[in-house]
Design a protein around this ligand. Structure first.
Ligand code: HEC
Length: 126
């Protein structure tokens, strides 16, 4: 094997890797979801329903993907199966924002922020 063809093969391998990486980033697999967990006492149905309304009314869906809400936004991270999500973490992000994520602390009541956090954490595990 000549040096030239070895370099060519290396380039081809790199190109294949790049395409595979790009496709992996675009096509987020929706399968392999963890088993549903029983809601905690504070995540009652009324609060979750309110949180879902808040999620839709404040435009979270335009930037985030969340299957339960029919949201397919791709600006911020997808919430489906996101292991970072805890109630306090979502409350903090929604209240204060982070980078391109706007803060909603001045627009939402504490009850709305609490409800949307409960909803996002709950729905992301579905
Ligand atoms: C204009 C687009 C936009 C809107 C609207 C938006 N977000 Fe975000 N969000 C982002 C971006 C971008 C990030 C990533 C920020 C970073 O870490 O740099 C993010 C991050 C987050 C995170 C942290 C996720 C993680 O795993 O790090 C949460 C939680 C979140 N957003 C919740 C919400 C909720 C709830 C709403 C609606 C009230 C909302 N976002 C509205 C763009 C948006």
């Amino acid at each position: 094997m000549s040096v030239t063809s070895a370099a060519g093969a290396a380039r081809l391998g790199l190109a294949t890797f790049c395409v595979a990486t790009a496709m992996a980033m675009i096509g987020q697999p929706a399968a392999a979801q963890p088993a549903p967990q029983a809601p905690s006492a504070t995540d009652d149905a009324a609060k979750l329903a309110k949180g879902r309304d808040v999620f839709n009314n404040y435009g979270c869906a335009s930037c985030h993907t969340l299957a339960d809400a029919g949201a397919t936004g791709g600006v911020g991270p997808s919430f489906d199966g996101d292991p970072n999500l805890s109630h306090d973490f979502v409350v903090d992000r929604v209240t204060n924002g982070q980078g391109p994520m706007p803060s909603f602390g001045g627009q939402m009541t504490p009850e709305e922020i609490d409800a949307v956090a409960a909803y996002v954490v709950h729905a992301a595990k579905k």
